[in-house]
Design a protein around this ligand. Structure first.
Ligand code: HEM
Length: 493
C-alpha cells in the first residue's frame, strides 16, 4: 500500500492536481483580475494565518489602501470598501457566507439566528428572540447595571486612595460581564464585586477569541472540535462558555426574584411557540449573547477612556458639557442615568468616535452574490462569490471619512456632511443581521463614559506607551495601566 503512495507516478499526479488548482485559481478563476496577495488568491490559509495572528483586519485595511475598492482575500472571497458596499451587501437580504456557521456554539445542535445562513430563515428565528433586547426592556435593568457601575467606582476610589496603578481594562471587563448577567439572567456573575475573573471565564474568552475567528473557515475542525461528544466532555473553551451560560440559566429558572429580563422574554416565547423556538435555541442565543456581548462592550468603553485620557482637552470639554447642565439638576445621579447621558451631544460624539476608531468586532461580514451575480460600481461578481465588508475597512477609510480618518476626532460628528458619512459607521452591522444587543451596549457605554468623565481624572502610568490589542473575533485591549484620581469637586446629590 505504502509503495503505491510513494510511487513517483502518484506523486506526479498529486503535484499536477495542485499545480492545476493553483494556476486555475490565480490566472483563470473569474476573480483572478481582482488585486490582492498571491497566497490569498490560491488558498484560504492566507486569511486563516492572519486571523490566528489577530492581524487580519488591519492587513485588509492596508490592502485596500494599496488596491482600492476590491481586494481578493481568499480564492472565492473579495473584501469590498466601495461606497455602495453596505447598501448592496448588508442592507440587502443576501445569504450569509459559510463562515457564520461557527456561531452554532458549542456545537452544530445549537443553531441560532447568527449561525443561520438563509436570510428568511434567520429573520424568522430572530423574531422570537428580539423583544428581549428592546431598549425599553434593557432599561428595566438599569438600576441593577447601576449597582455594578457603583462597584466599579468603589474599586476606582480604592486605587485612587492608594495611589496605585490600576488595570482599568480588567475592571471595565468585569463590570460589563456582570451587566450582561443582569440584563440576561437578573444576576451578575460576581466579577466586579470580587474584582477578579471568577471561574476564569474572561481568560476562557481570551483563549476562545482567536480560535473562533478562524473556526468558521475550518469545516473539518468544526466537525472534530464542535460536536456533541466534545460538548459533553466540556474540555474546550466553547464548552466552558456554554457551561457558564447554562449554569446561569438554570440558576435563573430557580430564582424567585428574577425580573422580566431578556431570558424571561425568551422563555415566554418558547412556552407559547414550542414548535418554533426550542429550549436549545434559547440556550444557544444565551451562549452567544454572553460570549459576544461583554468583550465587545469592554472594548467600546476602553476605547473611550483610552482615547479621551490621551486628549485632556476633549476630556475637559465632555466634562464641561456635563457640568453645564448640572445646575439644572441633570446628570447628578451616581452613576449618570442613560436618559440624561444620551442627551449630551459632545459626549455622544466621543462615544461614537471611540467605537469608530476601534470597532470591537473586526471580522469581515461575508455575503454571497445571488443568482445572476452582483454588480458593485463597475465590477460584476458571479453568483456564489463571497463578498465581505470589514467594519474596520469602512470606518478607517480616508475616502469615506477624510484624511484624518485614522485620528480620534469627535468633532467630525458635528460636520455638515456627517449624514453622508454615517452610513460607513458599521459598528453594530446594518440590515437583517445587525446586532440585537446594541441597546444594551449603548446604555452601558454611555452611562460609564459620562460617570467616569464626570467623577475622575485618569492618567496613563506611562503616557508614551500604547495599549495592546489583537483583532480576533472581538478586540479586547489591554496593557494600559493608569493612575486614577477622584475629582475633588463633587456634585450636590
Ligand atoms: C459594543 C458592543 C457590540 C458590538 C460592537 C457588536 C457588534 C455586532 C456585530 C457587528 C454583529 C454582526 C453583524 C453581522 O453579522 O452582520 C453582531 C451580532 C450580534 N450581536 Fe452584537 N455587538 C455588541 C454587543 C452585543 C451585546 C451586548 C449582545 C447581547 C447581549 C450582542 C449580541 C449579538 C448577537 C446575538 C448577534 C447575532 C445577530 C443575531 O442573532 O441576529 N452584541 N454584533
Amino acid at each position: 500500500m505504502s509503495a503505491v503512495f510513494s510511487s513517483p507516478a502518484v506523486a506526479a499526479q498529486i503535484l499536477a492536481v495542485i499545480v492545476s488548482v493553483v494556476v486555475y485559481r490565480r490566472y483563470i478563476h473569474p476573480l483572478s483580475e481582482i488585486p490582492g496577495p498571491f497566497w490569498a488568491s490560491i488558498t484560504r490559509l492566507w486569511q486563516i494565518c492572519y486571523l490566528l495572528k489577530g492581524e487580519e483586519a488591519l492587513e485588509v485595511v492596508a490592502l485596500h489602501d494599496k488596491h482600492g475598492h476590491f481586494v481578493r482575500i481568499a480564492p472565492n472571497e473579495v473584501s469590498v470598501s466601495h461606497p455602495d458596499g453596505p447598501r448592496l451587501l448588508l442592507l440587502a437580504p443576501l445569504r450569509k457566507g459559510n463562515w457564520y456557521t461557527l456561531f452554532a456554539l458549542p456545537d452544530w445542535r445549537f443553531q441560532n439566528p447568527m449561525s443561520t445562513l438563509d436570510p428568511k430563515e434567520k429573520v424568522e428565528r430572530s423574531k422570537w428572540l428580539s423583544s428581549g433586547y428592546s431598549l425599553s426592556n434593557i432599561l428595566k435593568s438599569e438600576e441593577y447595571i447601576d449597582k455594578n457601575i457603583a462597584h466599579l467606582q468603589d474599586w476606582m476610589d480604592k486605587y485612587a486612595a492608594d495611589h496605585k496603578p490600576m488595570h482599568l481594562d480588567k475592571f471595565l471587563s468585569y463590570t460589563v460581564f456582570d451587566n450582561t448577567g443582569e440584563a440576561l439572567f437578573s444576576e451578575p456573575f460576581g466579577f466586579i464585586s470580587e474584582g477578579r475573573d471568577v471561574g476564569g471565564a474572561l481568560r476562557n474568552n481570551e483563549i476562545l477569541n482567536p480560535v473562533v475567528a478562524a473556526f468558521g473557515f475550518l469545516t473539518v475542525f468544526q466537525w472534530i472540535f464542535a460536536n456533541p461528544v466534545v460538548t459533553w466532555l466540556g474540555v474546550l473553551p466553547m464548552g466552558h462558555l456554554f457551561d457558564t451560560t447554562t449554569r446561569a440559566m438554570k440558576k435563573r429558572q430557580k430564582n424567585p426574584d428574577a425580573r422580566f429580563d431578556i431570558a424571561a422574554h425568551w422563555f415566554r416565547m418558547q412556552q407559547k411557540n414550542p414548535d418554533r423556538l426550542s429550549l436549545r435555541q434559547v440556550e444557544a442565543q444565551a451562549t452567544l449573547s454572553v460570549g459576544g456581548g461583554a468583550d465587545t462592550i469592554s472594548c467600546g468603553i476602553q476605547s473611550f477612556v483610552y482615547h479621551m485620557m490621551r486628549r485632556p482637552e476633549l476630556w475637559e470639554r465632555a466634562r464641561h458639557e456635563i457640568d453645564a447642565v448640572n445646575k439644572d439638576g441633570i446628570c447628578q445621579g451616581t452613576p449618570v442615568s442613560f436618559s440624561e447621558a444620551q442627551n449630551m451631544p459632545f459626549l455622544q460624539a466621543c462615544v461614537k468616535e471611540a467605537l469608530r476608531i476601534l470597532g470591537p468586532t473586526p471580522s469581515g461580514l461575508p455575503r454571497v452574490a445571488p443568482k445572476g451575480g452582483l454588480s458593485i460600481g463597475d465590477r460584476h461578481f458571479p453568483e456564489g462569490t463571497v463578498l465581505s465588508i470589514h467594519g474596520h475597512v469602512m470606518q478607517l477609510s480616508k475616502e469615506h471619512w477624510g484624511p484624518d480618518a485614522r485620528e480620534f476626532n469627535p468633532n467630525r460628528w458635528f460636520a455638515d456632511d456627517i449624514g453622508t458619512k454615517e452610513k460607513f459607521w458599521l459598528v453594530f452591522g446594518v440590515g437583517y443581521n445587525s446586532c440585537p444587543g446594541q441597546h444594551l451596549a449603548r446604555v452601558q457605554i454611555t452611562k460609564m463614559a459620562a460617570t467616569i468623565v464626570r467623577d475622575y481624572d485618569i492618567l496613563q502610568v506611562d503616557p508614551c506607551s500604547e495599549w495592546k490589542w489583537k483583532a480576533y473575533i472581538s478586540i479586547v485591549p489591554h496593557s494600559w495601566p493608569v493612575y486614577v484620581q477622584k475629582r475633588t469637586l463633587r456634585y450636590k446629590q
